[in-house]
Unconditional design. Structure first.
Length: 199
């Protein structure tokens, strides 16, 4: 039984940290999993910067409230869900994802959660499992699913390789160059056709 596993940020929604970096005027927060393969190092880097500037979860959520899904993402998801089951596998957080996914018909998402202190500052995070995307793909395989996976960042590569088929979408040239065996697409119609062929 096929199931498509999609990354969220960069694939169907903008990168939340980049949007927040621009809104807050803090270029250092533009760093994402496209730049830093070590997720724990990246999150501690982000939390240090937020604390330095006195910014908490509510500040990020205010920015998220003004973010729309990527143009064409809704139609892409609708077309995909007519063909097969779809699940979003993301290293983002429930506190970030839910408002955005509400605008896309609330697709199923497996992601992580944040910890905050009494002042609303982000003090930590809880990963659902580590490595979250690869473990989820393997778990789906263990119960009879055949995942087809797509993402854009370093933290997507393991799940892409583990699936029946896997694709990169709107990734960086560096990631393309480092992984030439993985087909890369920049348009939803191209990705949809590749997934259809894999189905």
């Amino acid at each position: 039984m096929n199931i498509v596993c999609l990354d969220m940020e960069g694939v169907i929604t903008p990168e939340i940290w980049i949007a927040f970096a621009e809104a807050a005027g803090i270029p250092a927060l533009r760093r994402t999993t496209r730049d830093e393969p070590d997720y724990d190092r990246l999150m501690h880097y982000r939390m240090d910067i937020l604390r330095e500037h006195g910014l908490g979860l509510a500040d990020i959520q205010r920015v998220i409230a003004g973010i729309d899904p990527l143009p064409g993402a809704g139609a892409f998801l609708d077309s995909l869900r007519e063909l097969t089951q779809v699940i979003i596998l993301s290293d983002t957080f429930e506190e970030f994802a839910m408002p955005l996914l509400a605008r896309l018909g609330r697709p199923v998402i497996f992601c992580n959660s944040l910890e905050t202190d009494k002042d609303g500052m982000i003090s930590g995070y809880r990963m659902r499992t580590v490595p979250s995307k690869l473990n989820t793909v393997r778990a789906l395989q263990s119960i009879g699913f055949t995942p087809i996976c797509c993402g854009d960042s370093y933290n997507d590569l393991d799940m892409i390789r583990a699936g029946k088929a896997g694709f990169l979408f709107r990734t960086t040239q560096t990631i393309k160059d480092e992984n030439p065996e993985i087909k890369a697409f920049d348009e939803y119609d191209e990705l949809l056709e590749a997934i259809k062929a894999a189905l």
